[in-house]
Write a protein that binds this ligand. Sequence first.
Ligand SMILES: [Zn+2]
Length: 150
Amino acid sequence: MLTIFDKINIKKFETFFNDEEKCLAFLAEEKWQDGYVCKHCGHTRYCSGKTPYARRCTKCKHEESATAHTMFHRCKIHLPDAFRLAHIVCNSPSISTAELSETLDLRQMTCWKFKKKVTQCIENRKDMSAAGKVELKEIILGLPVSEKEL
Ligand SMILES: [Zn+2]
């Protein structure tokens, strides 16, 4: 599994995350790398949920999707595009939404909204890391503070 996103060139990145399932598989693997714990009851046994890579608690039946608690939660963009956008923003934080919109063939407003989320995640992580270096892998699991409080 790829660990350091920002060292991967965009071509390789696109081949790797070229479909929704691969993105979900990656998120699930990252999210539950230390093992699954139900967010509701703390149980650690699960079965598969309704959506790909979702996990359902065998005790309380609470289901958690692969995107829940990641910055891709409730993301309206097709996941591979969202991954690309995040990758680009990590590598070139000053890129304009107009450029993103053109590169990814997405509406500028869509790019603006998701870029804001990615940037917020990067900022959050910078507070935490003394090195100041941010890798997409790290920020993927970080949510903007405002959403955590919801
Ligand atoms: Zn549970």
